[in-house]
Design a protein around this ligand. Structure first.
Ligand code: ATP
Ligand code: MG
Length: 357
């Protein structure tokens, strides 16, 4: 029997509540697929600061390094907001990403037909939107050299450096082509090649790699045009690949086309099969412990894990279909409920999904 080791890091706030639901779903899949999931729990974030005095304890790092994949709830909360930087819950997650060299961030944004009616955007515009943003996560302007100094007139000057090495671009672009090949064979590479040198390098690397993937339709778009097209005609996009800062902005934009933050999953990948999977939302301290949290984002993150780390594509699809089925039946947690639907709590939402599975 195939075995997979999953590092489970529930974290803070609603993290543990939504994680419990994702594990519940994975146990159903375990039976169906005849595989064995070994869940190893670790502390990360605020709960780790409280227990061990550090947001990323050595033991947690050990667990994650020995795992086939990492499933994360959420970290943070007002309790630790006044802490110095290295004792912030978020510092634990940043350190973990760096330790594991998770250079690719995948953010699917999918609009379920049954949810499009309730959207604040025009239904015909967003119904059927299904976009995957692939964002470079460990390079670019966020990590380049920073400087602050005074000019001759005593006025302050600030510098951020946008730097990319060819091989950093190559690995993320290659991953995006692979992902496009598993979806609709369409890839849009986003840059600002009309003004940025780093973008001109980016574009030339994309063109070189594209020759290896003749079956994938690859086009270039400037980032300002992409930002506009995402709200004008989002259905034209399937996979978008872009550098760190552009991806930060565009992935949030794409996500908000599709509605609630409680439904959005993400994956952070490196070479090989290891990946870290987590909901896009935070620890939501305002609703923690009240059975109000929507577990779908975490459950869909677990589905991404099955697909990208374990190669269990069918099982991933079954989870995604079960989520859509439950939504089609009008079952909603409070955050996505409109009138005339059946409002359920965190546990029951997962139970309905498990039942359909
Ligand atoms: P962070 O800094 O960790 O991102 P935040 O306060 O910016 O925290 P979230 O924790 O994501 O953002 O919460 C934003 C809002 O969305 C809150 O009102 C929260 O209750 C709500 N929210 C977030 N996640 C969920 C969820 N899974 N289900 C229901 N509501 C949620
Ligand atoms: Mg936030």
């Amino acid at each position: 029997m195939k075995e997979f080791k999953i590092a489970v890091l529930p974290g803070d706030g609603i993290g543990p509540e939504v994680m419990e639901q994702a594990v519940k779903i994975l146990k159903v899949i375990e039976h169906q697929e005849k595989v064995k999931f070994n869940f190893e729990y670790g502390l990360l974030g605020g709960c780790a600061i409280d227990a061990d005095g550090t947001p990323l304890p050595e033991q947690t790092l050990e667990i994650t390094k020995n795992a086939d994949a990492i499933l994360l709830g959420a970290v943070g909360g007002p309790k630790w907001d006044q802490n110095p930087n290295h004792l912030r819950p978020e510092a634990g997650l940043l350190a973990l990403r760096k330790e594991l060299d998770l250079y690719a961030n995948l953010r699917p944004a999918q609009m379920y037909e049954c949810m499009a009616k309730a959207s604040s955007l025009k239904e015909e515009l967003v119904a059927g939107v299904d976009i995957m943003v692939v964002r470079e996560l460990t390079g670019g302007i966020y990590f380049g050299e920073k400087k602050r100094y005074e000019d001759q007139n005593g006025k302050e000057v600030a510098v951020d450096t946008l730097l990319y090495h060819e091989d950093e671009i190559e690995r993320i672009v290659r991953m995006a082509f692979e992902i496009a090949g598993k979806r609709d064979n369409r890839l849009v590479s986003v840059d600002k090649a009309n003004v940025l040198e780093s973008s001109r390098l980016w574009r030339s690397v994309v063109e070189r790699i594209a020759k290896e993937y003749p079956n994938i339709e690859c086009t270039h778009m400037l980032v300002d045009a992409c930002a506009m097209q995402l709200v004008r005609a989002p259905k034209q996009f399937d996979v978008i690949v872009t550098e760190n800062m552009f991806g930060d902005i565009l992935s949030d934009e794409a996500a908000m086309l599709t509605g609630s933050i409680g439904m959005l999953a993400s994956a952070s990948l490196t070479d090989g099969n290891l990946g870290l999977y987590e909901p896009v939302h935070g620890s939501a301290p305002d609703i923690a412990g009240q059975e109000l949290a929507n577990p779908i984002a975490t459950i869909l993150s677990a589905a991404l894990m099955l697909r990208y780390s374990f190669g269990l594509d069918d099982a991933a699809k079954r989870i995604e279909d079960a989520v859509e089925d439950v939504l089609n039946k009008g079952i909603r947690t409070a955050d996505i409920a409109t009138t005339g639907e059946i409002s359920v709590g965190t546990n029951d939402m997962a139970n309905y999904i498990a039942e359909i599975l």
